[in-house]
Design a protein around this ligand. Structure first.
Ligand code: SF4
Length: 176
């Protein structure tokens, strides 16, 4: 079998999926598909918004509060408001990623920073809506609306994975 020429294709990834110990508890969320299969075929660009923003690792967990378009990011216990700092950092990071020329992005699911779908949105009445998107993932979508994105959970099935990677390679060729 001839492997496709994927040299020069860059994919952004949530750093914890590559095995970086950047999670709130100092642990990683290494994903075999990302860290082994994708890393072998592409150049992966790891980013951890919460760590790189300076929230510290380990750190207090954060939650999203409010509606889908502009939720607030608050510390779970202290209610420290990280929203503006995260949004400002995300905008600057997107400038750097634009220069890096990404052709796709794989995000950690369910994260208030990185999750793409079904992230918890807490409501003041005590209810939780699973309709949110992480603040960093939201900025990526705003800045690069056509960029192929997936969560690691989308890539476990080989067919879905290859379909996503085909979109990444098409995006790369189109940009070139
Ligand atoms: S999910 Fe995102 S913010 Fe959380 S540890 Fe992984 S890369 Fe960092």
């Amino acid at each position: 079998m001839t492997m496709p020429d994927t040299s020069g294709i860059r994919i952004g990834v949530s750093a914890c999926l590559l095995g970086h110990r950047t999670r709130y508890d100092g642990e990683h969320a290494r994903d075999v598909v990302v860290a082994d299969i994708l890393a072998e075929r592409y150049e992966l660009v790891p980013v951890c918004p919460e760590d790189e923003l300076g929230m510290g690792t380990p750190r207090e967990t954060v939650d999203l509060w409010g509606g889908t378009t502009a939720p607030r990011m608050l510390g779970t216990h202290t209610r420290t408001d990280w929203t503006d700092r995260m949004n400002t950092w995300a905008a600057g990071c997107c400038d750097e990623l634009e220069a890096a020329g990404l052709s796709g992005y794989v995000f950690k699911s369910r994260s208030p920073s990185c999750g793409v779908v079904d992230v918890k949105l807490h409501q003041e009445d005590g209810t939780v809506r699973r309709e949110g998107r992480g603040l960093f993932a939201m900025e990526i979508a705003r800045r690069f609306p056509d960029l192929p994105v997936a969560e690691e959970t989308d890539l476990q099935d080989p067919e879905s994975r290859e379909a996503f990677l085909a979109r990444v390679e098409t995006y790369h060729r189109t940009r070139a």
